[in-house]
Every structure is written in structure tokens, then in C-alpha cells.
Design a protein around this ligand. Structure first.
Ligand code: ZN
Length: 684
């Protein structure tokens, strides 16, 4: 591991913080915390913590000794000074006199000693930092150190490697007890530069930021060198079918498998998003003959359990053309996973005081032989975190097996961490939004209505995919709404197939399609060129059919229903003069919506349309608005609000109509009018 300390960067950090009246100690604390946190082999997603002991002026003007320690909710890689709240050191150290202290009382005592009552909660490991005498303390869950410690003889291996420079603290759950134990171990080994928390992580101490950091990197480097001496080839691979199913075909089956019906009658499901990893280390691992022994043992550090659960779901390799057999095997494996998890909960809850509430028994990581591993969560962001942590486990467990035999803390200790109230708090308690876990694709996604629609679905918690022509730069447009952009020509079935394969592989499937792409061709119907009419039918009818067909295929594979939404425009019911080439295919698309409602209602797939009119967009450009309002002798404002309500209709209004139809679980074959009132276009 490379030491990234730079005198120039350290000085720059001091200068930048001085400008904000922040002292050198905290400035350097921020600097090396970021160095550690930016290295995924040391720190993953909110893991690890650091501290510095310094002096600060309190409100009365008195200089007091404080511990600035990482606050919960901050990530080490991007931390700033407010992420290291100052806690009165005396108040924390006094707690060492107590025999015991509950987690809740500890958190309360730490909060009560903050200089700023608005600061985040100090880390759950703050007392460990406070009880040690050193000025700078760095703590990570370094992969290489865990690989050596997670062994039946991990303590001996580490003692031999680090000698007296590192003292070993036996495993204990984080909290008051561990802080006191670490203090006792250090006091008996005062020469120690570091503390190994067995099967949990690594601490280094120093009188300067640089010393603590240098030691951390040096020790991790020693551990890496020790691992490099181990076996090169670790796992025996099992045979997988020669012709494996395509991951794009398998993902919707997994999404369907992992979706949970909210209640039998509503048609609503709690859905998940997938994130697949299939690098060489992951493939070696998921195909390993030893997978049952290593993957079911538990996570490499207890902290990971809240993101991945103690065990992944392990599925057989799916053979091409035999997906029904895979589906059946996967269901049986999930049923037994749930039974195992429930058993694990009941076994340990019987001894727990107070009694815990069971978490949902579904897996957070799925390993499919031949295909790789999947992070599973309600959002794409959390699925990526679960996948990152699962990959870290793969790396550490493989390295542990390189050196010896992987072994982690006993199941009862894993349960204590998974059901620890302070860990549960890290996951946040925000209620799900109405469309959390749902994946939505919007065609014409980079245009005004498409973007507004994507934004509206995102606001309801959905993951959004914007499809548009390459020239419309869908990837850039998607960034603005926090979604994914895919270049796609919806008039080409081949391009649509490629885009849907990308959606399946990227997020796992699709629940809602907003078929919105369109363009207005004009001409008097008796005189218009056939070519123009056919061109309009390609985009304004056949493209809707292309995407609807592809979407329904995914929805049927998932088996959890779905929703098709079509933008049909008022032309579908109320033709405008010389707008035949636009209105005719739109009228056909209105019937397309009804046909899908009829043919797929039995599968829980709904199909609805929005009938919108006079919205500034790619179809009705600013130039067109100027021309048309002038031709009618109206101001632009009067032209745009020329409807029964006298209100201009905006892209956001159309977007809301799509969202409402997606939420209306009992509505199908409907048309929702969004035109401010146009009696000639009213449906009957
Ligand atoms: Zn830790």
C-alpha cells in the first residue's frame, strides 16, 4: 500500500482551514482522514473513524481539552471539519471509572459533552479514542489486516508479523466494553504503535497526524506482503454449464424472486434494484467448490452485516434455454434462505434482552454460479454499496484462504451486531417513497416532457432511465435528474432490444414504461406524401409498440405486474387541421394502450395514456408559439393559456399525470387529460 502523505498537500490543508479559523490539528486530522478514506482497501462506505485531541475555546472563552472524533453520517473520504465534532475530553474520560454503560447512555453522555449541540453524534467508537492517550488515532477495517486476523490462529499470525509494535485486543462488540478493554490492553503494552481489534479492524496511534498515518500504511503493507507469500490459486472451481444464460435474461427473474407482495389485493410490491459484479476475483469465488463453507461463515468485519446480512443467497448456474429450471431452483433456494434466517433470528432472539424485532428475512447479496454476485437493495445507490461490500468480502476471504482458513466471529456475535440498535440507526429510518424500488424508463427522455417526467418519478423514489437519440445526449440529461441515460432509436427494434438489455443488466429489470418520444409531422391528408405519413407512423405508433413489447417481456419475466404509460396527445381524439400525419398514428397509439390493457391485465400489467395539449417542448417550440400566437392575434401568454381554466399547461403537469397513473393500482385502459380543459378533445 502506497503512502500518499504529501507535505505540500498537508500545508495546503492547514492554510485552507486557517482561512476558516480552524486550527492546524483539526486541519491535518481532516487531511489524513481523507487519505485513509479515499482508499477502498482501507475504508468502505461510512466505515472506520479517526480522532485528534486538541484544545478549543468554549462559549465562556475558556480553552478546554477536546476530542475531535468522526461523527456518524460522515464518510472518511470526503470528510470536512464539521464531520469531526469536538467533545469535552474530561467528560469522556470520567466514564472510564464506570463498570458498565448501556449504548443509549453512552450516546447520550457523548452528545451531552459536545461543544456544539447541533453537531452529529460522535462515532460509537469515540470512547476508545478518548481512553487512549495519543494525540492522533486512525481506525480502519483494512482488508489485508482482516485477512490475517480472520483465521483460527489469526492472533498468532498477527503477533508474529507485527511483534510488540502492535497489541492485540480480543473480539468484543464496539461500545463501552470494547473501549475499556482496549485501554487495559494498551496499558499493558505501552510501547504499542497500533492495536489490532481481532476480527474487526486496526488502530494506529501517533503524536502527529503523519506518524499515525505512516504507521497505518506501514502495517497494512506488512500484512499485504504476508498475504502475497500465500497460495496463488485458492479455490477449486465447480463445473458450470457450457452455455450459460445471459445475465440480462437472468436479472428480471432475480428481481421477481426478491420482490415481496405488499398485500394480496393491492397489486403493489416491494421491489428491489440489483447491482451485478463479475470481475475475476468474484467469478473465482462464486464458482468455488468451497463456497458453502466460506460464504456462509459470516462477514469479514461485523460492521458489514447491516449492509449484506450475515449470509448471501447462493444460486446454481443458469443454463441457456433452461430458465424455467433455474427459476424453480432459485425459488427453492430462497425459501430455504428465509427459513434459515428466521431460524437464526429466533435462536438468538430467545437469549436477547430486550427482545428484538425481526428484520425482513430477504437476502441483500445474491451469488449466482457462473454469473457473479448481485447487491440487492431498494435503491440503486444502496445496491451498489451492498455490492461493494460483498466484493470486499470476496477479496478478504480469498486472501484469508490464501494464508490459511477463513474464520470470523461466532454467529451469536454477528446477531448482536446485526440487531444492535446503534448499527440499525446508521441505516436511517426514512419511510419509503411511493415508488421506491421501481425502475422507470422514459423515451424521449432528454426532451422537456421526458426530463420533467423523469424528475417527477425520481422525486417519488423510483430509479429512472432516460432513452433518447444519441444527438440528444441522454447520458448528460440523466445526470441532471440522478438517473441513467441510454442512447436509443425507438423506431429501431434492434436499438430498443440493445437498450433494454442494458436496463436489465444495469438495474435488473423494469416496472414502468413512459413511452413519450414523438414528433409532429404536418400536411393536408389528401395531399401529403405517403413517405411522410409512414415516417410519422414509425415514430408515433410503431416506436410505442417497440418499447411496449420489450417492456412487457421484462415485466412477464419478473412476474410482478407493471405499468405502461403512453403520451398520446389531444390529436388522438381531436384532429387539428393539417395535422393528420401526426394525429392518425397517435389515435392508433391510444388504441395500442387499450389493447395492452386488455391482453395483459391478467398478468397485472396496466396500460394507460395521457392526453396532453399545448405544452412548450420539442413538439411545440418557442418559435412555433411565437408564430401561432401572432397568427391568432394573441399574446403568447393568452395563446398558451387558451383553455377552459385559462392556465398554461407545463411539462411538469404532464409528468404529474404519468406519476398519478403509475400510482393508481386499480386503473387501466384509462386516458388522463392534461390540457387545461379543451371541450372538443374531451373523451366520451
Ligand atoms: Zn471499527
Amino acid at each position: 500500500m502506497q503512502n500518499l502523505w504529501s507535505d505540500r498537500d498537508a500545508k495546503a490543508a492547514i492554510k485552507a482551514h486557517a482561512a476558516k479559523s480552524i486550527g492546524e490539528d483539526l486541519a491535518l486530522r481532516v487531511y489524513t482522514t481523507r487519505l485513509l478514506g479515499g482508499e477502498p482497501r482501507l475504508v468502505q462506505h461510512g466505515g472506520g473513524n479517526t480522532s485528534v485531541k486538541t484544545k478549543m475555546r468554549d462559549i465562556s472563552g475558556e480553552m478546554v481539552d477536546v476530542l475531535c472524533v468522526k461523527g456518524s453520517g460522515w464518510d472518511m473520504g470526503t470528510i470536512e471539519a464539521p464531520g469531526l465534532p469536538a467533545v469535552r475530553l474530561d467528560a469522556l474520560r470520567k466514564l472510564a471509572k464506570l463498570d458498565s454503560l448501556s449504548d443509549e447512555a453512552m450516546v447520550n453522555a457523548q452528545r451531552a459533552a459536545l461543544l456544539d449541540s447541533n453537531a452529529p453524534n460522535p462515532s460509537v467508537e469515540a470512547l476508545l479514542h478518548a481512553f487512549l492517550p495519543h494525540k492522533f488515532i486512525d481506525h480502519t477495517h483494512a482488508n489485508a489486516v482482516l485477512a490475517l486476523s480472520d483465521q483460527p490462529d489469526g492472533d498468532e499470525i498477527c503477533a508474529k508479523l507485527f511483534g510488540k509494535r502492535v497489541a492485540i485486543v480480543p473480539y468484543l462488540m464496539p461500545g463501552f466494553g470494547l473501549a475499556k478493554l482496549a485501554k487495559v490492553v494498551f496499558e499493558a503494552n505501552q510501547q504499542a504503535e497500533g492495536l489490532l481489534l481481532a476480527r474487526h479492524g486496526f488502530f494506529t496511534m501517533g503524536s502527529t497526524a503523519r506518524e499515525a498515518y505512516d504507521r497505518h500504511i506501514e502495517f497494512v503493507g506488512l500484512a499485504e506482503a504476508r498475504i502475497a507469500k500465500g497460495r496463488k490459486k485458492v479455490f477449486k472451481s465447480v463445473a458450470v454449464p457450457k452455455r450459460l444464460a445471459n445475465p440480462a435474461e437472468v436479472a428480471p427473474i432475480l428481481r421477481g424472486l426478491l420482490a415481496q407482495p405488499l398485500d394480496k389485493d393491492s397489486g403493489a410490491w416491494r421491489r428491489v434494484v440489483l447491482d451485478r459484479r463479475a470481475g475475476p476475483a468474484v467469478m473465482d469465488y462464486v464458482n468455488a467448490a468451497e463456497i458453502w463453507r466460506v460464504a456462509l461463515a459470516g462477514t469479514v468485519t461485523p460492521d458489514h452485516v447491516i449492509r449484506t446480512k450475515p449470509r448471501p443467497l447462493i444460486l446454481p448456474a443458469p443454463e441457456a434455454g433452461k430458465l424455467d429450471a433455474f427459476k424453480e431452483a432459485a425459488q427453492a433456494a430462497l425459501d430455504s434462505y428465509i427459513a434459515d434466517y428466521t431460524g437464526y433470528f429466533e435462536r438468538h432472539n430467545a437469549k436477547a434482552q430486550p427482545k428484538k424485532k425481526p428484520l425482513d428475512p430477504y437476502p441483500r447479496v445474491v451469488m449466482v454460479r457462473g454469473l457473479g454476485l448481485y447487491g440487492v437493495a431498494k435503491t440503486a445507490k444502496d445496491a451498489a454499496i451492498a455490492a461493494d461490500i460483498a466484493e470486499t468480502n470476496v477479496v478478504v476471504i480469498t486472501d484469508a484462504e490464501r494464508v490459511g482458513r477463513y474464520e470470523t466471529i461466532p454467529e451469536a456475535d454477528q446477531f448482536d451486531v446485526e440487531y444492535w440498535s446503534l448499527e440499525q440507526a446508521k441505516l436511517g429510518k426514512a419511510a419509503d417513497k411511493p415508488l421506491t424500488g421501481q425502475i422507470v424508463a422514459v423515451t424521449g427522455g432528454a426532451g422537456a416532457i421526458g426530463l420533467a417526467t423523469a424528475r417527477a418519478f425520481r422525486a417519488e423514489g423510483a430509479e429512472v432511465v432516460l432513452l433518447d437519440l444519441p444527438a440528444a445526449k441522454p447520458a448528460e440529461a440523466a445526470k441532471a435528474v440522478g438517473g441513467i441515460g441510454i442512447a436509443c432509436d425507438v423506431t429501431s427494434a434492434k436499438s430498443v432490444a440493445a437498450a433494454f438489455a442494458e436496463i436489465r443488466a444495469g438495474l435488473g429489470g423494469l416496472d414502468i414504461l413512459v413511452s413519450n418520444a414523438g414528433a409532429a409531422w404536418q400536411g393536408k391528408i389528401g395531399e401529403v406524401e405517403d413517405a411522410v405519413l409512414r415516417q410519422s407512423f414509425e415514430l408515433n405508433f410503431f416506436a410505442h409498440q417497440n418499447v411496449a413489447k420489450a417492456a412487457v417481456a421484462v415485466m412477464l419475466e419478473q412476474g410482478t405486474g407493471g405499468c405502461l404509460l403512453f403520451n398520446v396527445s389531444k390529436q388522438a381524439v381531436n384532429p387539428g387541421p393539417d395535422f393528420g400525419p401526426y394525429g392518425l398514428p397517435k389515435a392508433a397509439t391510444l388504441f395500442l394502450s387499450r389493447q395492452y390493457a386488455l391482453d395483459y391485465g391478467g398478468a397485472g400489467i396496466r396500460a394507460n395514456a395521457v392526453n396532453a395539449d399545448r405544452i412548450r417542448s420539442g413538439l411545440l417550440t418557442d418559435d412555433m408559439v411565437a408564430k401561432r400566437s401572432k397568427a391568432r392575434g394573441l399574446s403568447e401568454k393568452d395563446y398558451m393559456s387558451g383553455n377552459l381554466l385559462g392556465r398554461e399547461v407545463r411539462a411538469e403537469d404532464v409528468a404529474q399525470a404519468f406519476v398519478q397513473l403509475a400510482l393508481a393500482q386499480k386503473t387501466t385502459a384509462a386516458v388522463l387529460t392534461v390540457d387545461g380543459g379543451n371541450i372538443a378533445a374531451a373523451l366520451r
